[in-house]
Design a protein around this ligand. Structure first.
Ligand SMILES: NC(=O)c1ccc[n+]([C@@H]2O[C@H](COP(=O)([O-])OP(=O)(O)OC[C@H]3O[C@@H](n4cnc5c(N)ncnc54)[C@H](OP(=O)(O)O)[C@@H]3O)[C@@H](O)[C@H]2O)c1
Length: 271
């Protein structure tokens, strides 16, 4: 934790979507260590509870007195009804959210245009784009009223550089990039901060989901190179949130050292 100014996180309330695994779970644990309170959301309530327990342990071990209040709320960000009912589910002591981390997202398949199932492209847009927009809309008015707040959107290298076999996912992450950039411009006369984190390859459940549960196909994505791990991105997210209030880390593009673009990488020996 030495790289963070943890005092800027003490007692802050952080809401994370997709907190049940990967980047979201690692981010939750790091915020808990830094003395933040957390609202953790995802569709899998049981897994979310395990992450919440890990956050509580991390907070206790850190010895930090402030923060450590953890709530879990089951939420599918692609479900408009659940989004509509969400604010009422937040415990009253956590209503003043300071940081919204829009992390929930996924990619399904590597099919080329013409072969992509409508259910797949609809669900990717429903979560990665409409879910992120809906969550942001839920909190931005409150941020404006309270003259505070930080929206941290998880984009991707796929939002900077389209690649074959990723047309829909790339389109969703380009949409996240455009939405985030436009929102930052709209909020220029406010203290509200807007950050987009753009990871390259991170080894999480991401590729297993892309290959519909085929673990060996997922493993091949990282074959011969050392990918990022969820904790690497968590550090960037918590770093962005722990800058002084006048500093806005607008974009953070994070790659494994042996990845240079979506398609250029070096697969020699693992470092
Ligand atoms: N891994 C990479 O290489 C990589 C690279 C660039 C960007 N990203 C982005 O990083 C973010 C996190 O991905 P990850 O790598 O940590 O993958 P992950 O381990 O699969 O985590 C994805 C999270 O999103 C949640 N989620 C998916 N659909 C949801 C929905 N409709 N409503 C609510 N939660 C939902 C999942 O929880 P439930 O299943 O419990 O709902 C899970 O917690 C995503 O936005 C992804 O696009 C990942």
């Amino acid at each position: 934790m030495s790289v963070f100014n943890a005092s800027r996180l003490l007692g802050k309330t952080v809401l994370i979507t997709g907190a049940s695994s990967g980047i979201g779970a690692a981010t939750a644990i790091l915020f808990a260590k830094g003395g933040a309170n957390l609202i953790l959301t995802a569709r899998r309530a049981d897994v979310l509870k395990t992450v919440a327990d890990a956050c509580t342990s991390a907070h206790k071990e850190s010895g930090v007195q402030q923060g450590g209040r953890i709530a879990t709320i089951q939420l599918d960000v692609s479900d408009k009804t659940q989004i509509g009912a969400f604010l009422d589910k937040i415990p009253s002591d956590l209503r003043n959210v300071d940081v919204l981390v829009n992390n929930a997202g996924f990619v399904l398949g590597v099919e080329r245009v013409g072969d992509i199932a409508a259910a797949d492209y609809e669900s990717m847009f429903a979560t990665n784009v409409f879910g992120l927009i809906a969550m942001t809309q839920l909190f931005i008015k409150d941020f404006k009223t309270r003259k505070t707040g930080h929206v941290i959107n998880i984009g991707s290298i796929a939002g900077r550089e389209p690649y074959a076999g990723g047309s829909i996912y790339c389109a969703t992450k380009h949409a996240v990039n455009a939405f985030t950039a436009a929102m930052m411009r709209e909020l220029v006369d406010t203290p509200i901060r807007v950050t987009e984190i753009q990871p390259g390859m991170v080894e999480t459940e991401f590729s297993v989901i892309r290959f519909r549960g085929d673990k060996s196909a997922a493993d091949k994505v990282y074959d011969g190179l050392q990918p990022l791990v969820a904790e690497d991105i968590a550090e960037e997210i918590v770093w962005a949130a722990s800058r002084p209030p006048h500093v806005n880390l607008a974009e953070v593009f994070v790659l494994p050292v042996n990845q240079a673009s979506a398609t250029i990488n070096f697969r020699g020996n693992r470092l």
